[in-house]
Design a protein around this ligand. Structure first.
Ligand SMILES: Nc1ncnc2c1ncn2[C@@H]1O[C@H](COP(=O)(O)OP(=O)(O)OP(=O)(O)O)[C@@H](O)[C@H]1O
Length: 250
């Protein structure tokens, strides 16, 4: 299955180890087009490693990864063209303008100058930064920089946007605005979003939540259903209960 009807992301039996130390254990999950999914896990859970495998920064793994139906190994070009990423560490060049950063991304994705410019302008408009296109990134706030990174990650019209703890270092208002923006992208553009965080307050009751701990998927359900299933009062308590176990994959 490919194109619009294929899941934006399918991971099947994914395992990975750093120098013999297991970090992901037989992970399987699928995310539909336009779905917003939170990947919730404490420090060291394996969130960044999962993103590195999906984006092919690491490749020595077991299991399958498909993006929009394209296999990450056999159809790597098609698969990778359908992924947008906002990494945990900022990756904009602070000495270039917003437009120059985006133009560079467009060139990397094989866009001509005119096409890159019009796509960049459309995305900057969406994140409310059209007026800052000539501003050097160095002069933007942390929240504005994150929004530029999201605009950049969407320039090539990916079906899946990965955000690795995108609100680190932002104030509460900017965090709220980013979460809101990501939900809008799903609803209005049909982009699937996988949002990695360890912050419970970024999760909405209706969000689908994947709880990852020591490389094992401990839950995959609506956030509002988790406390009831575990017999506790809040998502925070449910999360604590889940990540307390000694041998999570059993
Ligand atoms: N390059 C590496 N070499 C060896 N071990 C690593 C490497 N990168 C990560 N690890 C280990 O793999 C495990 C998972 O790390 P990972 O960064 O994927 O977790 P995370 O959920 O993203 O954590 P955080 O919230 O702190 O970013 C941790 O035990 C970490 O120490």
């Amino acid at each position: 299955m490919r194109g619009e009807t294929a899941p934006a992301l399918e991971v099947a039996g994914l395992s990975f180890a750093y120098n013999g130390k297991p970090v992901l254990d037989a992970l399987s999950v699928a995310i539909a087009a336009g779905e917003f999914v939170v990947l919730l896990g404490p420090n060291g859970a394996g969130k960044t490693t999962l993103f590195s495998l999906i984006t092919r920064l690491h490749d020595r793994r077991q299991g399958e990864i498909r993006i929009g139906g394209f296999d990450m190994r056999r159809q790597a070009v098609q698969a990778q063209a359908r992924i947008g990423v906002v990494f945990q560490q900022p990756t904009l060049d602070p000495d270039l303008s917003v437009a120059q950063n985006l133009a560079y991304h467009g060139a990397l994705h094989g866009m001509g100058r005119r096409e890159a410019r019009s796509r960049a302008e459309a995305q900057l408009e969406r994140v409310g930064l059209a007026a800052q296109r000539r501003t050097r990134v160095r002069r933007l706030s942390g929240g504005q920089r994150r929004r530029v990174e999201i605009a950049r990650g969407l320039m090539h019209s990916p079906r899946l946007l990965l955000l690795d703890e995108p609100t680190v270092g932002l104030d509460i208002a900017s965090r709220r605005e980013l979460v809101e923006h990501a939900h809008r992208l799903c609803a209005e553009e049909g982009v699937a979003v996988l949002w990695a965080t360890h912050l419970i307050d970024e999760v909405r009751p209706s969000d689908r939540v994947l709880v990852l701990h020591r490389g094992c998927l401990l839950a995959d359900e609506r956030a509002e259903a988790l406390p009831t299933r575990l017999g506790v009062d809040s998502l925070g308590e449910a999360f604590d209960r889940l990540v307390d176990g000694e041998s999570p994959c059993e």
